[in-house]
Ligand binder design. Structure first.
Ligand code: NAD
Length: 508
């Protein structure tokens, strides 16, 4: 057998070199990068000194003073060029995502497609950053609302969407007139270097209107992230990651009244009603629960199945769990790749032990030897639970699906909503009354509620994010752009008198 580790490191380096990144930036640094495919080292990336962060943010701030004056449609042109660069390098960047975080090939490519899609969206948006004209209560007055660039936007991202999350924020922030400073996950710095190189290419083609400091990357861990979060010249910070991280970042931002966009953990559920199309449900559940090896924020983690269809559906699901292909994303066509590291594997084992102790019946969940002891592959686990007890209310970032029975839709909705997280959710069914109840104010309490599909795999056209401990932030489509701008209300008197609002008189 060829040595896959050597192949992976060499291939990652070839991609980075082709993108014009100097070797010493990813070979001579202090941050060790391992590919989860084999667990072998694939790079040593140069880290940003925490002491250097204020100077980097000063440059971004200076860039903001220029960039905010560039007309928005012209700013859109930069994002159009970025989209072109991404199209040209889709294969290379998608492959690097696979090599660095272990996504299967189609998911690595899909992540880059998402970047392209949000660029297209943002280009159109650059001509639509509209305000309002409102009726004034005073004669000869006009009341308007307009949106201005907010200033420097900080972006902190998680390992599991190492490049797409940057683009959801970056494409919007750039057309909104904001420079961006990005702190990617310390587990995925190579893809960040690659994206940075593509952004530089786009900026070079764009010309002098793109100021120095418009888009920067800070390589490092928590300390560098904190320096970004605490800097008063960064009015907006979009942070994606665990609820633990979001709580820390949210508190720090609140201390200086900066605007948070928090995209945190999920514990997503689906409800399978008696009228569901079970063939469709089976495929949807399999993808949502096992895709990306259970390492999506929107991964399906809890399934409430009606008594009438429980035996049929769960029996078929257990068979799929037994046979789903688990393997290396770069050899063969496995659907489930590796966990990111040993810590994730240990967390999965701990959750399964806790589920057993709480009365659960575990199907699957065992380690699969694909590339030796330094990599962590698992058979996804389906766990039949007697109730929403033990680890079911927690997010374990691994492929574990807890299955619960229900009899009454209200009970199923209460179970679904009865956890601290509120990201994504879905219902399977063809009974209009049940489906609409689920989507009503008394239904799902999540930021995303789907019908006849799983909770994962969002399109960029809608606003993305969730409630409760998921943090309340919104990114991507719809009117999420408003989070990257500051609102200004303008009252304009074009008459010759000074009527005061609310009929107040003040004669001097
Ligand atoms: P993580 O919280 O460990 O790290 C995320 C990022 O935050 C990293 O860049 C990390 O360096 C940084 N960070 C951690 N503590 C920090 C601090 N105190 N100050 C500043 N920065 C800090 O998350 P992870 O393991 O990389 O990703 C998995 C988690 O992310 C899961 O909980 C998943 O649900 C969540 N996630 C959420 C979304 C969403 O859109 N809601 C998307 C992807 C991932």
């Amino acid at each position: 057998m060829s040595r896959p580790d050597a192949t992976i490191a060499a291939e990652a380096q070839r991609i980075l070199e082709r993108l014009g990144i100097a070797r010493d930036r990813f070979e001579a640094g202090t941050l060790a990068v391992r590919s989860p495919i084999t667990g072998e080292p694939i790079g040593r990336v140069v880290e940003t000194e925490t002491a250097a962060v204020p100077e980097i943010i000063a440059r971004a701030h200076a860039a903001s003073l220029r960039w905010r004056l560039v007309p928005a449609p012209r700013r859109g042109e930069l994002v159009r060029l970025l989209g072109e660069e991404l199209r040209a390098e889709k294969q290379a960047l998608g492959r690097l995502v696979t090599l660095e975080v272990g996504k299967v090939v189609s998911e690595g490519l899909g992540e880059v497609q998402e970047m392209i899609d949000i660029c297209d969206f943002a280009v159109g948006l650059s001509r639509q950053l509209h305000g309002l004209v409102l009726p004034s209560e005073r004669p000869d007055h006009k009341l308007t609302e307009q949106w201005h660039p907010a200033g420097v936007v900080g972006i902190i991202s998680a390992f599991n969407f190492p490049v797409a999350v940057w683009s959801w924020n970056a494409a919007l922030a750039l057309v909104c007139g904001d420079p961006i400073v990005w702190k990617p996950s310390e587990k995925a710095p190579l893809t960040a270097l690659a994206v940075d190189a593509l952004m530089r290419r786009a900026a070079a083609r764009f010309g002098d209107d793109a100021p120095d400091g418009l888009a920067t990357v800070l390589i490092g861990g928590q300390e560098v992230g904190e320096a970004l979060v605490d800097d008063p010249r960064v009015p907006v910070v979009s942070a994606t990651g665990s609820t633990r991280m979001g709580r820390a970042v949210g508190e720090r931002l609140a201390r200086r009244f900066a605007k948070p966009i928090l995209e945190l953990g999920g514990n997503n559920a689906s409800i399978v009603t008696p009228s569901a199309d079970l063939d469709l449900t089976l495929r949807a559940v399999a993808f949502a629960a096992m895709g990306t090896a259970g390492q999506r924020c929107t991964t399906l983690r809890r399934l409430m199945v009606h008594d009438d269809v429980y035996e049929t559906l769960v029996g078929r699901l257990v068979a799929v769990y037994r046979t789903i292909s688990v393997g290396s994303p770069v050899a063969g066509d496995a659907l489930v790749g590796p966990l990111i590291d040993g810590t994730a594997f240990a967390a999965m084992g701990k959750a399964l032990d806790a589920a057993r102790a709480a009365g659960g019946t575990v199907h699957g969940g065992e380690r699969v030897d694909v590339n030796g002891a330094a990599s962590f592959y698992v058979r996804p686990a389906l766990v039949e639970m007697p109730g929403q007890v033990g680890p079911v209310a927690e997010e374990t970032f691994a492929p574990i699906l807890y299955v619960l029975r229900y009899r009454d839709l209200e009970q199923a909705i209460a179970l679904q909503n009865g956890v601290p997280q509120g990201l994504s959710s879905s219902i399977f069914g063809n009974d209009l009354r049940e489906v609409e109840r689920y989507l009503s104010a008394a239904g799902s309490d999540c930021g995303i509620a789907n019908v006849n599909m799983g909770p994962s795999g969002a399109e960029i056209g809608g606003a993305f994010g969730g409630e409760k401990e998921t943090g309340g932030g919104r990114e991507s489509g719809s009117d999420a752009w408003r989070g990257y701008m500051r609102r200004q209300t303008n009252a304009i008197n074009y008459g010759r008198t000074l009527p005061l609002a609310q009929g107040v008189t003040f004669e001097v």
